[in-house]
Design a protein around this ligand. Structure first.
Ligand code: NIG
Length: 381
């Protein structure tokens, strides 16, 4: 059944030819966009929805979350707000709670957060393993994630479990654990940071995953400058995520590569780090994505709108750059072009704002502006 969405005050297509349209319409049919253009030229459809001058965007593409978890880290957050620094060590608390949870509890918690994100306009979401850290717990995390998320990433290399020998653990991550998750995941990731995995260990994990046919991505340069960005670029990773502390060489390497710099402003704020240098990256010509990094430790929000607002108000991105980065940029980080766009053939993932333009995302910070969402052509909520 074809649905005509008309009366669109401002339509962001992210398509270079269609651009941004005013007084526009969209036709959704069979789960994809069948037509986009001026309302006056719209074809007939079975159903007509008038959005009365509201702005319409592609659904958010959240390319970085950690939502297969159990437990709560409010106490750690409170300690941080009282001045204690964020370290990778807190991950172990979530690992303990996740191991104790049943499959049903993990799946229900994941579904609850994905639905929370969808209600705010997120229509494509990546999530990761990384709170299991045993063969059985990583495998079930991957299996559960694959039933709910659009994209699943293997992050066995999130932390060396307390008490484990680091090199033996890397052997496991590259061997038996990788074998167990491969059927459920498209990507592999590694937390390349002081306190987690060093450059050699990270390279070993990523190369083993690539040999098994997985795409690779890296958590890099979150807590200080380091080898993460360089390694990601050298290995042709789809993205390097965080990028909070970048040298000039890192920025140049990203600008000269296909590796997307995925910035996680909610995490930078929640961990009291400086905000990632979006302007330096954009001005150098790097591709930037914005993602929520939703997880119980460093960034407990599913709000992509909050990330966009922060990117504009505090990171000096324009509204157009921030919206692109949270939609098409996320898609680029996931090496997809079926989401993040509203053009014929794209997935019918539509986000209607209760505002006349996308500028209101920054102009009205903190105000919930999602009016309606379609995912694969189905109206949600
Ligand atoms: O991306 N940096 C590593 N992993 C997560 C944090 C996970 C946690 O603290 O539980 C991140 O920030």
């Amino acid at each position: 059944m074809a649905i005509l969405i008309t009366g669109i005050g401002e339509l962001t297509t992210n398509d270079p030819e269609l651009g941004r349209l005013h007084d526009a319409a969209l036709v959704l049919d069979g789960g994809v966009v069948a037509w986009a253009g001026p309302a006056a030229q719209a074809p007939a459809a079975d159903e007509r929805v008038d959005v009365e001058g509201r702005a319409v965007l592609p659904g958010w593409v959240d390319s970085h979350t950690h939502l297969v978890f159990a437990g709560d880290r409010t106490a750690e957050f409170e300690a941080r707000m009282a001045g204690k620094p964020y370290t990778a060590g807190g991950i172990a608390v979530t690992v303990g709670a996740t191991r104790e949870a049943s499959d049903e509890q993990l799946a229900a918690n994941l579904r609850r957060h994905v639905e929370e994100a969808a209600a705010q306009g997120t229509t494509c979401l990546e999530t990761k393993t990384g709170y299991g850290l045993t063969v059985a717990d990583e495998a079930r995390s991957a299996r559960i994630a694959a039933t709910v998320a659009d994209e699943v990433t293997y992050l066995g290399a999130h932390l060396v479990p307390p008490g484990a020998d680091p090199e033996s653990y890397v052997d496991l991550v590259c061997g038996e654990m990788l074998d167990a998750v491969v059927p459920h995941v498209r990507w592999a990731d590694v937390f390349c940071e002081t306190g987690a995995f060093d450059e050699a260990q990270s390279a070993r994990v990523l190369k083993a995953a690539a040999e098994r046919g997985l795409g690779v991505r890296v958590h890099g340069n979150q807590l200080g400058e380091g080898p993460g960005v360089r390694l990601a670029v050298e290995l042709g990773a789809a993205s390097v995520d965080h990028c909070t502390y970048l040298s000039d060489e890192d920025v140049e390497a990203l600008a000269a590569s296909d590796t997307v710099a995925t910035l996680l402003p909610a995490c930078d704020l929640s961990t009291r780090q400086p905000l990632a240098p979006a302007r330096r990256l954009l001005d150098a010509g790097a591709t930037v994505a914005l993602a929520s990094n939703a997880n119980p430790g460093s960034s407990y929000t599913t709000s992509m709108a909050f990330c966009v607002t922060t990117a504009v108000l505090q990171m000096r991105m324009t509204v157009a750059e921030a919206v692109w980065s949270a939609t098409a940029g996320g898609a680029r980080a996931l090496r997809r072009d079926d989401v993040g766009y509203l053009r014929p053939g794209a997935r019918a993932d539509v986000h209607v704002l209760d505002a006349p333009s996308a500028t209101h995302l920054a102009y009205r910070p903190g105000v919930p502006l999602t009016h309606a969402v379609w995912r694969r052509g189905e109206r949600m909520g």
